[in-house]
Design a protein around this ligand. Structure first.
Ligand code: SF4
Length: 74
């Protein structure tokens, strides 16, 4: 896979954070990429992967707790 497919969660449409959270490197949230949803992957803003998709982050209560309790909103 091309290296330029890689991006950071804070710029990814599959990153879901708390309704009032700031989009920042150390903010924690849930990855709601469809393939990764079964893993309840909790990631920080400066985490990233090559399933990155640029876009606005999603928001839902319970996205940052360990383990996340929020349902994917997309
Ligand atoms: S882990 Fe990958 S797909 Fe999930 S939010 Fe972060 S960059 Fe996006």
């Amino acid at each position: 896979m091309a290296k330029n497919d890689w991006g950071e969660c804070k710029d990814c449409k599959w990153w879901q954070i708390e309704p009032d959270a700031v989009v920042a490197n150390l903010t924690m949230g849930l990855c709601i990429d469809e393939e990764l949803q079964p893993f309840l992957l909790r990631v920080s803003g400066n985490s990233g992967c090559n399933r990155f998709m640029p876009g606005e982050v999603a928001r839902a209560e319970g996205s940052s707790v360990a383990p996340p309790t929020a349902k994917p909103t997309r």
